[in-house]
Design a protein around this ligand. Structure first.
Ligand SMILES: Nc1ncnc2c1ncn2[C@@H]1O[C@H](COP(=O)(O)OP(=O)(O)OP(=O)(O)O)[C@@H](O)[C@H]1O
Ligand SMILES: [Mg+2]
Length: 247
């Protein structure tokens, strides 16, 4: 299996705040990898570095062997990024937007197919797809942005909190969509979440991050069994507690 993501001692400081304190982890091609941790742990910071939006203070990060600092333009060609907060809603309908994005990435028949896939992933009704995106609810915006991130079949989809703001039915649909696209279209997915149930249901492997440090790492099963936990939520609480006692 080839390496999709590798970070080595990745460190990020914002003034006096050390958001990442030398994190190292690896995600392999074809897997769904979860960076999981509490609020403020450093998940979004790590993802923004991988998405070439901000620079690390120290350390390195690679996407399919490409250095995110020195080869940022090449990295951008093979990734898609779902930001934590999705803003900027133009005067486009959902259908127009997905059609436009399909044509930015592909031509002819392939663009047509991409558009169709996007419509499906969005899960929006014909009526909603005909409305302007600025009138969408938070959940609808999330769905359309997730459709954009997955339909173009990037080599790596960096998804920051994909289920954020969605209701239980939509969350379950999104789990299915991410699994289907990661497995079916060979899209490697890096997802972040603090919802352990989501992570357990979707991820092959996870790294638990707390206060800028990775405190556990492995398959979901290993991470659970290593601390004799009942599930990932229980394991997560145990790791965080153990680490905070030690530091
Ligand atoms: N631009 C910034 N300037 C200053 N501090 C920042 C900036 N971005 C993030 N931080 C700080 O870095 C730390 C990590 O933040 P980050 O957003 O990466 O956490 P997170 O794990 O994504 O949390 P959440 O689950 O709430 O999304 C926090 O202490 C945060 O306040
Ligand atoms: Mg975040």
């Amino acid at each position: 299996m080839s390496l999709a993501v590798r970070t080595v001692g990745l460190t990020k400081r914002f003034g006096a705040i050390e958001a990442l304190r030398g994190i190292s982890f690896e995600a392999y091609e074809g897997e769904i990898f979860g960076l999981i941790g509490p609020n403020g742990a450093g998940k979004t910071t790590a993802f923004r570095i991988l998405a070439t939006l901000i620079l690390p203070t120290l350390g390195s990060a690679y996407v399919y062997g490409l250095d995110v600092v020195k080869e940022a333009a090449k990295v951008r060609e093979i990734i898609s990024y779902l930001p934590e907060e999705v803003g900027a809603y133009r005067n486009l309908t959902g259908r127009e937007y997905l059609n436009y994005i399909s044509r930015v990435y592909f031509k002819g028949r392939e663009a047509e197919e991409t558009f169709e896939i996007g419509l499906k992933i969005s899960g929006l009704s014909d009526e909603d797809l005909s409305r302007l995106m600025k009138t969408y609810s938070r959940g609808m915006k999330r769905r359309i942005q997730l459709a954009r991130a997955l339909m173009v079949r990037p080599k790596l989809a960096i998804l920051d909190e994909p289920p954020s703001g969605l209701d239980p039915v939509q969350k379950s649909e999104i789990r299915g969509v991410i699994k289907k696209y990661a497995r079916g279209l060979g899209v490697t997915a890096l997802i972040s979440t603090h919802e352990m149930y989501e992570a357990e249901a979707v991820c092959d492997r996870v790294a638990i991050i707390d206060r800028g440090v990775i405190i556990a790492n492995g398959t979901v099963k290993e991470v659970i069994e290593d601390v004799e936990a009942r599930n990932l939520e229980d394991a997560f609480l145990k790791y965080v507690k153990m680490k905070r006692i030690m530091t």
